[in-house]
Design a protein around this ligand. Structure first.
Ligand SMILES: [Zn+2]
Length: 271
């Protein structure tokens, strides 16, 4: 079945992975900017990374017929360096006209600190001023509930934010309701170690319904499985769910959300 992975870090993956994803039905993907595993030293390092995301990865994906989109930001882990974060935020507009940019992301919180909140709000302001969509990273494990609440509060407080243009990722059973109730889109991350399994994601789809809900692999340089969405498709099929419902989660919902960006072109397989 054709599908879209709305959150995957292909800079960390091999060309063989692109080939495997194409064989498994991946027709489009979006790659948010994230932490490299070490703190970058200067704004120039981010400029090079953004060139990789807007120039190199779309070409690598296109070799396998996959559309590659991206989101730009300085991630929450590096937001403790407020001055560097501000330099990066000031540089991002240089890249907003690149043809595969969907918006600002993945922004959010990591340890729920004051500096992280400051930089989060400055990213939101950038997105609003430039009419960009937003992709949100919510913290892991014990910081998730409080961090998600803080993020939702900050977004709701800014009346300029159009909630239908915001995707809140890494939701789990204890955070999904709040995100959906407030009018945001929600993304479930299928991860082998932390976050949720295909079975837990299927449970959430059954419990909360398919509206404004999608799933991603968040494949990166850590323990992760880039083919996690096909695993979810198998789990939903095994439970007897209709092709229509599965397609809505893995294809139509990401398409509907991304279509709010002028740069998104609905994959031909869908039209
Ligand atoms: Zn990520």
């Amino acid at each position: 079945m054709d599908y879209i992975d709305p959150h995957i870090h292909m800079v960390s993956r091999t060309t063989d992975d692109y080939e495997t994803l194409a064989r498994m039905g991946c027709i489009a993907m979006s790659e948010p900017a994230f932490w490299a595993g070490f703190d970058r030293g200067s704004v120039e390092s981010f400029r090079d990374y953004f060139r990789q995301l807007t120039e190199f990865e779309p070409k690598r994906a296109a070799q396998f017929g996959i559309q590659h989109y991206t989101w730009l930001c300085i991630n929450a882990k590096e937001a403790e360096n407020v001055s560097l974060s501000r330099e990066v935020i000031a540089m991002i507009p240089e890249f907003l006209s690149a043809s595969n940019v969907l918006g600002i992301g993945e922004i959010g919180l990591n340890k729920n600190t004051k500096n992280e909140s400051t930089i989060f709000l400055e990213h939101v302001d950038l997105a609003v001023r430039y009419g960009q969509q937003i992709l949100i990273h919510t913290p892991h494990l014990e910081d998730k509930y409080q961090g998600t609440k803080m993020i939702v509060d900050m977004l709701v407080h800014d009346t300029r934010v159009d909630r239908s243009r915001v995707l809140v990722d890494h939701v789990e059973e204890h955070t999904i309701q709040e995100v959906l109730d407030q009018g945001f889109w929600a993304g479930m991350t299928l991860y082998p170690v932390t976050k949720c399994t295909p079975a837990r994601a299927a449970d959430m789809i059954e419990r909360f319904g398919p509206e404004r809900l999608m799933a991603n692999s968040a494949g990166d340089w850590g323990p992760s499985k880039p083919t996690a969405i096909p695993d979810l498709i198998m789990e939903l099929k095994r439970r007897g769910h209709s092709r229509q419902l599965i397609r809505k989660i893995v294809c139509e919902n990401p398409c509907e959300f991304f279509s709010q960006s002028k740069n998104f072109k609905a994959p031909s397989a869908l039209s």
